[in-house]
Every structure is written in structure tokens, then in C-alpha cells.
Design a protein around this ligand. Structure first.
Ligand code: AMP
Length: 589
């Protein structure tokens, strides 16, 4: 379905078209009409499905441009997501005059945030802690709010923000629209949906199970900025005849085809902008081996049937399992073997698991070809060219030259051959074993095994996903085995200040940008608390954490020496369920 069919206003359609979006993703096609009609929506969708545009576009369409007060509030669990969502709003609203979006998250100075708030923004995207701080200070007013979005609601639960989310929801005017997105639907999330959403229809992207055979499937875990490097390595290190590389936008088809072309590949793009004749010509060229690589969008490659294709690279993750099965079905044609490789960023791991689940096939993690492998390949391919040249060409003119040069240069055949080889390989050097460093594996969330529906696999340190009614962040945290070096740190906020473990996790996760799964056990004492954190926290983050306030107390974080300060009972019990009364919230900085 195209964006113009979705009845979105022209400036928004123009913006997404310019971004290179060809069609709406399934979650977009389902959610946009409902949100445009003013309905509430509960969407079960992971990162990578296009959920941001699914709520941003229709809510932008309903915005009153003449009004400068906050009309849309998006709550997101982390500062990265808040920034990403704010950037997405900015990109979609580029043809809406006088539009302003403001991200508000912990770790940013209040002074700048206050200045921006005074200037006025129609859309605010923030982490719950910081939004609540601004509400408490009276610096953020929600009386003109038309819609609130809870993005990655289950992550907010996991990070201990759920009480904050409730408080913020209660502060929004009656009759505002609510859109809630969550990858999983644990009971506390359902409870929020039941309480705050009106007649919301649940949108779930069908993960139709389908089997794919004969196709070897692997994935590479990487950050988005590593994809191009990874692609060139895959194309060099893997054995294949012809390959199709799938991306999301037509602009990406052009950009990547151009970059591969510059690296010497026989490559072309295939996208929805091309007319039928051009498209057919491209496919013919691939069948005739004039092209080895096609960079395509899903729509443009539908039904593509070229026997030579033995490698599918999913450069951008597909929106759902159906699209995935479609894509990888471009290989393994006519009973042949095929390979499929999927690039996955840490945030997209859930979507990977959904795909795996729906296709009932394991997708194995792979490492990219190393410098040694690529060097070996290049040497072999050069040797093969040499062998073919010796076999097929009349070389007498060249042997005469060699004989002449050997004498004139007073050198040996081997040295002459080496010098010629050196010159011949300059464009594609052979000696590259050390030129391809190991890809730095993104670590955040990487080890987490979050196969959908399997509660055992959820991080043990998680606060959430317990039966409703059990207020998770008030119970004692489960003891867990931590991987790697951890230290116990002491922070100067304790039970007497009304602190809860959730406050500490939220503050550290956002202020120090440490994924909550790397935050270990927290013990609350009367005047202070201890928290286990990775031992290798960079000093600047450590210094920043010292200055962070939680419950009006400066954390003043130090490595815990175990010494009990005067009057403090060190061996006291951990936090008692429900023990800490909720003190009035105050800014964390
Ligand atoms: P999200 O699931 O919202 O995090 O989106 C993941 C990525 O998909 C972002 O880079 C978006 O720009 C991109 N995207 C979202 N919708 C579309 C679409 N309809 N066509 C192409 N790309 C899209």
C-alpha cells in the first residue's frame, strides 16, 4: 500500500517519498488509518517494523500547526530512542511550516531544555524520568495535549519506569488519543492498556509460519554504520554466483549500488521508480552474467526469478517474517542451494527472533570474513587468472621482454615476477590480512536472548514481566550471576530518602547511558545504597554520575569499601516490598 492511498496530507507524503519510502510497512498500513481516525491503538511491534512512522505520520496529520504548545508526547525508554524518534518526527515534518519537536532526556542540561521548552514545541519526545521532572517543576504543560505515545512500553517496564509512566498518563487531559507500542505484552503492559486506552484495537503483525528449505541462513550483529563495510566483506569472502542485496528505500538502492560499483562490482539497482522496461533489462543483464549484484527494495524484487542468485543479503532487516521468506526465496531457485545473510543491529534482535520463530528455522550468528580469508580469496582468484592467461594467451612478446629486462636489470625471474605482481595488484591489494580489523561487536543488549514468548529468557535482572499486582520495582531484586568484571559502588541515596531500585536503575541507565541489563544488584540501606556496575565504566561517566541527583540526593558515587558509616546497619535486610513511601519527585540534577 502506498502512502498516498493512506490519506495522509500531501506534505507528509512528499516527505516520506523523498526519504525513499516506496510502500507502507504492514504495521503502518494497519495503524495509520486508525490513528488518523482519532482511535486509540495498541500495537505489538518490534524495532525495525517501521513502528515510528506508524504513529508519527498520522499524529502529525492531526496536529494543529497554529498551536505552539505540546500536542503530542512520546515516552521512550532510552535517550537513544528518544533522539531517534525526535529525528524521525523532524524528517517527516520537513514540509510542515513552523513545526518544532523537542527531545527531553536525562543527562542533558536543564538550562538548554528550559530554553527550548519556552520557545514552544508541538511534539515532545522524552524519557519518563525527565518528563516527570519537568511536570513537577511546572516547566512542561500538557493541557493542550492531543495524543500520547508509549513507545517500547515493555522496555519502560523492564527499566523500572512504569510508575512514572502511570503518573504521566494521569497528568494528560481526558480525551487525548493514546498509541501504545510494545514488542511483548506482559501483564502490567496489558493492565496499562486496559486502564488508559479506549476501544483500542490491538494490531499485531502476523508472523505467518512458513518453512524455507535448502537455504542456509545466518545473521551478523552490527551497528548501522558498519553495514557497508560488512557488505563488502561478505561479497568478497562468501562463495556465490550472483547476489541480491535488500534495502528499505529506493535512495538506499541507488547509494549502495553506486558505492559497490566504485569498488569494481558489476552491480545495478532495482527500485519502484524504474519503469518496467528498465527493470526487465536489469534482470536480463543479471541472467546473462553482465551483472553479479542487484540492490533492490522488496516491492521491486517481487517475483524475481534468476537461477544464478545464490546469495541474498538482507542489508536492512525486513519488516516481518513474511517479507523475509519472500526475500530469501529469491535464492535456492530450481532446486539449487542458496545462502541468506541478515544484518541485525542490537535493537533489532527481537525482530530477528520473531522471524526465526515464524520460519521455524534457526538463523545462526556468523562472523564476517576476516582479513586472512579475504587475502586468501584474492590470492586464489589472482592465481586462477594467471593460470587462465598462461593457458589461453600467446605470451611470446612478453617472454621476450622479460628475458631482456632480466638481463638489463640484473635481477632474477622471481624478483621480476614479484615486481610485476606488485604493480598488477595495486587496485586490489593482495596483502590485506591485517587491513580488515575484526568488526567491533556492538555489546549493548547483544547477549540478551529475547526469543518471543519465552519468559525464562528474559534478563533475570529485569523488573518487569511479573504477574500484575506485584509491583516489581519494590520487591527485592533477584540475585543474578553477572558476566565480566563488576564492582560494587556506593551511592548516597537510601531508603530514608524514599528511593526505590527502579529510580536508581532509571537514573543510571539514562544518565550514564548504561543498558539496564548491565546494572547489577541494588541494595537499599537507610542512608545510602549499593549497586553493582561493570568495573570498566569510563572515568568521565563515573564523574558525571557523581553529580547526578536522585530523590534530591547527589549520588556522589564511589567504589564501595564495605565500611559501614556511623549509625548505619550494613547487614540490614534488603528492600522490603512496599517499604519505601513515594516521596515527592524532584529533579535529578
Ligand atoms: P522503526 O521500526 O520505526 O525503528 O523503523 C526502522 C527503519 O525503517 C527506519 O530507518 C525507518 O526510516 C525505516 N522505515 C520505516 N518505514 C519505512 C517504509 N515504509 N519504507 C522504507 N523504510 C521505512
Amino acid at each position: 500500500m502506498s502512502f498516498s492511498q493512506l490519506m495522509l496530507p500531501e506534505p507528509l507524503v512528499r516527505a516520506v517519498t523523498e526519504l525513499g519510502y516506496e510502500t507502507a510497512s504492514p504495521i503502518q498500513a494497519a495503524a495509520i488509518p486508525k490513528l488518523l481516525a482519532g482511535e486509540d491503538v495498541l500495537g505489538q511491534a518490534q524495532t525495525g517494523t517501521g513502528k515510528t512512522a506508524a504513529f508519527a505520520l498520522p499524529l502529525l496529520a492531526r496536529l494543529d500547526p497554529a498551536q505552539n504548545d505540546p500536542q503530542i508526547l512520546v515516552l521512550a525508554p532510552t535517550r537513544e530512542l528518544a533522539i531517534q524518534v525526535a529525528e524521525a518526527f523532524q524528517a517527516y515534518a520537513r514540509y510542515m511550516p513552523a513545526f518544532h519537536v523537542l527531545p527531553l532526556y536525562g543527562g542533558q542540561s536543564y538550562t538548554n531544555q528550559l530554553k527550548s521548552l519556552k520557545r514552544g514545541s508541538q511534539v515532545i519526545v522524552g524519557t519518563p524520568g525527565r518528563i516527570l521532572d519537568h511536570l513537577d517543576r511546572g516547566t512542561l504543560k500538557l493541557d493542550k495535549l492531543r495524543a500520547i505515545v508509549l513507545d517500547e512500553a515493555d522496555e519502560m517496564l523492564r527499566m523500572g519506569f512504569i510508575d512514572d509512566v502511570q503518573t504521566i498518563m494521569d497528568a494528560t487531559p481526558a480525551g487525548r488519543q493514546v498509541a501504545m507500542f510494545s514488542a511483548t505484552m506482559p501483564a502490567p503492559i496489558r493492565a496499562i492498556a486496559q486502564k488508559h486506552l479506549t476501544n483500542a484495537e490491538e494490531i499485531k503483525i502476523a508472523s505467518k509460519t512458513s518453512t524455507v528449505e535448502r537455504i542456509e541462513q545466518r545473521f551478523v550483529l552490527l551497528d548501522a554504520n558498519q553495514k557497508l563495510d560488512a557488505l563488502t566483506r561478505v561479497l568478497e569472502g562468501e562463495e556465490y554466483d550472483a547476489s541480491i542485496v535488500f534495502v528499505r528505500t529506493k535512495s538506499a538502492t541507488e547509494e549502495i549500488a553506486e558505492k559497490l560499483g566504485a569498488r569494481g562490482y558489476a552491480v545495478a539497482c532495482l527500485n519502484g521508480d524504474m519503469n518496467q522496461a528498465h527493470r526487465e533489462q536489469t534482470i536480463r543483464r543479471m541472467k546473462a552474467s553482465q551483472l553479479d549484484i542487484i540492490v533492490a527494495t522488496d516491492v521491486a524484487a517481487r517475483g524475481l526469478d534468476v537461477e544464478r542468485i545464490s546469495l541474498v543479503v538482507n542489508y536492512d532487516i525486513p519488516y516481518d517474517s513474511e517479507a523475509y521468506v519472500h526475500r530469501i526465496g529469491r535464492t535456492g531457485r530450481a532446486g539449487r542451494e542458496g545462502k541468506a545473510i541478515l544484518f541485525v543491529s542490537p535493537r533489532e534482535r527481537r525482530l530477528l527472533r520473531t522471524i526465526e520463530y515464524a520460519t521455524k528455522q534457526p538463523i545462526e550468528q556468523m562472523n564476517l570474513p576476516t582479513g586472512q580469508v579475504i587475502e586468501q580469496k584474492r590470492i586464489e582468484s589472482f592465481r586462477a587468472q594467471l593460470a587462465q592467461t598462461i593457458e589461453t594467451q600467446n605470451l611470446s612478446f612478453f617472454t621476450d621482454l622479460i628475458n631482456d629486462w632480466r638481463d638489463k636489470l640484473e635481477t632474477s625471474d622471481a624478483e621480476l615476477a614479484a615486481a610485476l605482481l606488485y604493480l598488477a595488484q595495486k587496485d586490489q591489494p593482495l596483502n590485506v590480512a591485517n587491513k580488515f580489523p575484526e568488526l567491533r561487536q556492538p555489546h549493548a543488549r547483544a547477549e540478551r536472548n529475547d526469543r518471543p514468548g519465552d519468559r525464562r529468557d528474559r534478563p533475570e535482572r529485569s523488573f518487569g514481566d511479573r504477574p500484575s499486582g506485584d509491583r516489581p520495582e519494590r520487591g527485592p531484586r533477584q540475585r543474578r550471576e553477572l558476566q565480566g568484571d563488576y564492582n560494587t559502588y556506593r551511592i548516597e541515596v537510601g531508603k530514608e530518602h524514599g528511593v526505590r531500585a527502579g529510580d536508581i536503575v532509571g537514573a543510571i541507565a539514562n544518565e550514564a547511558n548504561i543498558d539496564s541489563q548491565f546494572i547489577g544488584n541494588i541494595k537499599l540501606f537507610d542512608h545510602f545504597s549499593t549497586v553493582e556496575l561493570p568495573a570498566n565504566i569510563p572515568n568521565e561517566i563515573f564523574q558525571h554520575l557523581k553529580k547526578v541527583y536522585v530523590r534530591k540526593q547527589k549520588l556522589n558515587i564511589t567504589v564501595d569499601t564495605g565500611a559501614a558509616p556511623a549509625g548505619e546497619r550494613r547487614s540490614g535486610p534488603g528492600p522490603r516490598p512496599g517499604a519505601a513511601p513515594r516521596a515527592p519527585r524532584k529533579p535529578r540534577e
